[in-house]
Design a protein around this ligand. Sequence first.
Ligand SMILES: *Cc1c(COP(=O)(O)O)cnc(C)c1O
Length: 444
Amino acid sequence: MSSTPIDEVVSNIPGGEETPHEYGIETLAVHAGARPDPVTGARSTPIFQTTSFVFDDADHAASLFNLQTFGYVYSRMTNPTVAVLEERVAALEGGRGAVACASGHAAQFLVAATLMQQGDEFISSRNLYGGSVTQFGVSFPKLGWKCHFVDPTDPENFRKAMTDKVKFIFLEGLANPGGIIVDLEKVAAIAHEFGIPLVVDNTLASPYLCRPFEWGADLVLHSTTKFIGGHGNTMGGIVVESGKFDWRQNDKFPGLGQPDPAYHGLVFAETFGDFGFTMKVRAVALRDYGPTLNPTAAWNLLQGVETLPLRMERHCSNALAVAEWLQDHPKVKWVSYSGLKSSPYYELAQKYTPKGAGAVFTFGVKGGYDSGLAVVDEVNMFSHLANIGDTRSLILHPASTTHRQLTEEQQIGAGAGPDVVRLSVGIENVNDIIADLDQALAKA
Ligand SMILES: *Cc1c(COP(=O)(O)O)cnc(C)c1O
C-alpha cells in the first residue's frame, strides 16, 4: 500500500532490516516498494492485470470498505502493481505516501479537488506547462475554482495575490518552458505563513535533480509521462505527500480536518495522521472522479524509473553541452538554460538543482516566428512533437503548438513567445545532437 512508511519501504530492500542505512537515490530507484512475489518468487514486479480482489469473508470486506483494514478491493482505487510505483516515487521524493493516476493533469485535478470547495481560490506561478495554464485558467473556473496567476520570479508576488479563499500555492520549481528556477524555500515560507500548503510540479527536475520536500514543499506532483517513465511510451501522473503539513491548524481544509459524511464521520487527518491527504485523495477523489492508472501502464513506468538517475545524468550533461554550443551560434539570439553561467537563474540552479539543470530549455532564433518554424522543419534526428522527457531528442515551436491557445501576452509571460524553440535533449551521443541542430540552423 502507498501508506507504508518510508522506513518500511526501504526495509523491503533485501538486507535492509539488518543494515539500517540510508539508501542512495540510485538504489531506491531500482528497489523501493518492490519485493519478490511471495507466492511465485517472481523477481520483477508482476502486472496484476485484475480489476478486483477476493475478500476473506464478510467482516474483512466490511472493514476494507470502512477503511479500517488496508488491502485491495477494486483497481480504481488500489492495485498491487500501481502500489509499487506509488511507494517507489514516494521514496524517491522523500515523501510519506503517494497516489498514482492516469496523467499529470489528472494529478493536478486530484490535488485541486481535494483541497478546494466551490468558490475557493489558489495562486499559481504563470510559468507553467501550457496545458496547465489552460486547465487552471479555463476549465477549473467552470467548477468554481479560481486561479490567480503570478510572475514567480519575485516570491513576494505570491503574498500580494493572497486572499482568504486561497487554499494552496502551485508552481513548477524548474519551469517548462521558460528555463526559470523558482525560489522554493521563500515561496514555501509565504504559503506556511498563511496556513496553506505549497504544491510543486516536479516533472522537469525529477527527484534526481531536486526534492522539493527538502525546501518546504508539502505536496509534489508529476506527469510521470515525462522523465519518471522516461521513454515517451506511457501516460501517467502521481501526487506525493510530505506528511508534514498540519491540515487541522485552521479551518481551511474541512475535507481533511472535519468529519467526512461519506465515511461515517471519519476525520482523515486524524485517523490517518501524516498520510491523511494521501488517503483522502485515494478514497474520495480517485474513487469518485476515477482517473485511475492502469496496472500495465504502472509496470511500464516502473521499468523507466529504475534508470531515472542514469538518464538524468546524461540528459543534463548533453543539455549543457548543447546550450553552450547554441549560445555561440551566429543564428541564435539567446539561450535560456539555468545551467549556463549567463542565465539569471544560475545561482538558484546551483542551490536547487546542483546535479544539473535538466534536459528542457528554450532558445530564440534570429528571424522570429518563421525562423523558429523552419528549424523545427529541418531537423532529422530530433522529433518534432509535443512531449518532453523522452530518451530521444525532441523539438517544438511552442507558439504554434502547445501554447497556441494562449494570447501572445500569455505566451510571452510563459516563456513561449514567437521566436522560441524548445528542446528536450535526449540521451543520444551529444555530437549527433549538435550536428543535427547545426544543419537545421544552416538551412533556417
Ligand atoms: C506534461 C506536463 C504536465 C501534464 O501531464 P500529462 O501527463 O500530459 O497530463 C504537467 N506539468 C508538466 C510540467 C508537464 O510537462
